[in-house]
Design a binder for this molecule. Structure first.
Ligand SMILES: NC(=O)c1ccc[n+]([C@@H]2O[C@H](COP(=O)([O-])OP(=O)(O)OC[C@H]3O[C@@H](n4cnc5c(N)ncnc54)[C@H](O)[C@@H]3O)[C@@H](O)[C@H]2O)c1
Length: 429
């Protein structure tokens, strides 16, 4: 099948490369010309395990082509996937301008019947507006569809080959049949539904996962109060198959390019419909407060003040195996630490460059050892595999004070304490 993918970020590029690997002819488009010229050379502009190989294979077989020209991208496409960003505005409202702009360009260049399928995460009201925008500039027939994306950064390629489910939101049989055919080689159950339900599934999924995280962080607060162990509580809780083990890890809370903005978007969308989504507001509230709660622990372990002290942040990306720092907890933490007058050294295995673009006033280090040398505290923010293997004995000698505040409950607390460190996790005294 001829496919066009609009937007070559995490979702668009992975989608394009995976569909090309099944023998489809994919043209991937981005308005960012620099990105396109890198991609044409087979260079992937962000870190995502396995993606570069897949992109290179697609290019080699001539199944994956990159362009900045809408007319070239959608000239022959049977299905056009919109995969552009839907970021949050400063006030938490959703910014759909990239989707609307893509829709207009699609309409202006449509030559023949196509299915225009929104993969970006958008509120259900978006489809109507997208349809209006396209119809304003073309008389060529098209069907609108929505296949929300559930990939996880860090395992995006694997997730796209075998997703937990494929959601296909359509209003016509023709569009549904085409999308079902395209997804045939992809494993996993199908959920065929109308457009609005498809888009709500995506928001509900992210809001629910965010809820699990804020819930376990609230239980962790109780553990801290009474000296119970959140790891054991979560284990005992998650073994109930109705609850499940995933997303029951207490810590600094959620960040990233999806959970925070999608939670805010659902709250805003609900408000526009006249529903005050208080429950979800509290989920967000718990998450926002988690950084301050973590810092209280740091201040306490550092004898009441952080002012003038050197602290080392290990991990900048919002989770391991990605270089994405959008809404990363590290950024909130560093902002607060700066206000407190701390000197901050940071290290991340992959996200130093992306962080440099948004972080000022910190010392970027090229290794954990360099970040920890002379430091008064190790603040673990992202649970990279590399940090699990740290030589704690050696680190103890490098640091000025042997203090670890573990924002992901990653270290073996007994081992850390036995090596003479002062240690605190979240809910695991
Ligand atoms: N990143 C994830 O893990 C993930 C997972 C599931 C769903 N989503 C959703 O998918 C969407 C895309 O997310 P992402 O992380 O891939 O975004 P991204 O910011 O990484 O990429 C978006 C790309 O779209 C391009 N773009 C913007 N306007 C354009 C236009 N008019 N025409 C063509 N290209 C344009 C940008 O230059 C950019 O390269 C969002 O709605 C997001 O919420 C993301």
């Amino acid at each position: 099948m001829n496919i066009a993918v609009i937007g070559t970020g995490y979702v668009g590029l992975v989608t394009g490369a995976v569909l090309a690997s099944f023998g489809n002819k994919v043209i991937a488009l981005d308005v960012d010309k620099e990105k396109i010229s890198l991609l044409k050379k087979g260079e992937v502009p962000f870190f995502e395990p396995g993606l570069k190989d897949l992109v290179l294979k697609g290019i080699e077989k001539n199944n994956l082509i990159f362009t900045s020209s809408y007319s070239e991208a959608i000239f022959k496409a049977s299905i056009i996937f919109i995969c552009v960003g839907t970021p949050a505005k400063k006030n938490g409202d959703y910014d759909l301008s990239y989707v609307y702009s893509a829709a207009k360009s699609i309409g202006q260049n449509l030559k023949d019947y196509s299915v225009v399928c929104i993969k970006s995460t958008v509120p259900p009201s978006t489809s109507k507006k997208v349809e209006e925008i396209i119809k304003k500039v073309t008389v060529v027939p098209f069907d609108l569809a929505s296949c929300p994306e559930f990939l996880k950064e860090g395992s995006a390629v694997k997730d796209s080959f075998s997703p937990s489910r494929v959601v296909i939101g359509t209003e016509t049989k023709k569009a549904r049949d085409l999308l079902l055919k395209l997804h045939q080689p992809i494993k996993g159950p199908r959920v065929s539904c109308d457009l609005k339900s498809a888009q709500l599934i995506k928001y509900a999924a992210n809001a629910f996962l965010a809820t699990k995280i804020s819930f376990i962080n609230s239980i962790a607060r109780l553990c801290d109060q009474i000296g119970a162990d959140i790891d054991k509580v979560a284990e005992g809780l998650g073994l109930d198959p109705r609850i499940g083990q995933d997303f029951l890890k207490a810590g600094l809370g959620y960040g990233g390019s999806c959970f925070p903005k999608d939670t805010w978007a659902l709250i805003t969308y609900a408000k526009r419909l006249g529903y005050d989504f208080k429950f979800l507001k509290e989920v967000d509230n718990v998450n926002q407060n988690q950084v301050a709660y973590f810092l209280e622990k740091a201040v306490r372990l550092l004898g009441g003040s952080i002012k003038g002290k050197t602290v080392s942040i290990l991990g900048l990306s919002f989770k391991p195996n990605t270089d994405d720092v959008r809404e990363a907890r590290s950024l909130d933490l560093i902002r607060e630490l700066k206000k407190m007058g701390a000197k901050i050294k940071v290290y991340d295995p992959e996200a130093l460059n992306t962080a440099k673009a948004v972080l000022k006033g910190v010392e970027f280090c090229s290794s954990s050892d360099k970040a920890l040398k002379g430091s008064s505290a190790l603040l673990l923010v992202t649970e990279w595999e590399e940090f699990k293997k740290l030589n704690l004995k050696k680190i103890g000698k490098l640091m000025k004070d042997k203090v670890i505040i573990d924002g992901r409950n990653m270290f073996d607390k007994r081992q850390v304490k036995s090596l003479g460190f002062s240690y605190e996790g979240v809910g695991r005294k």
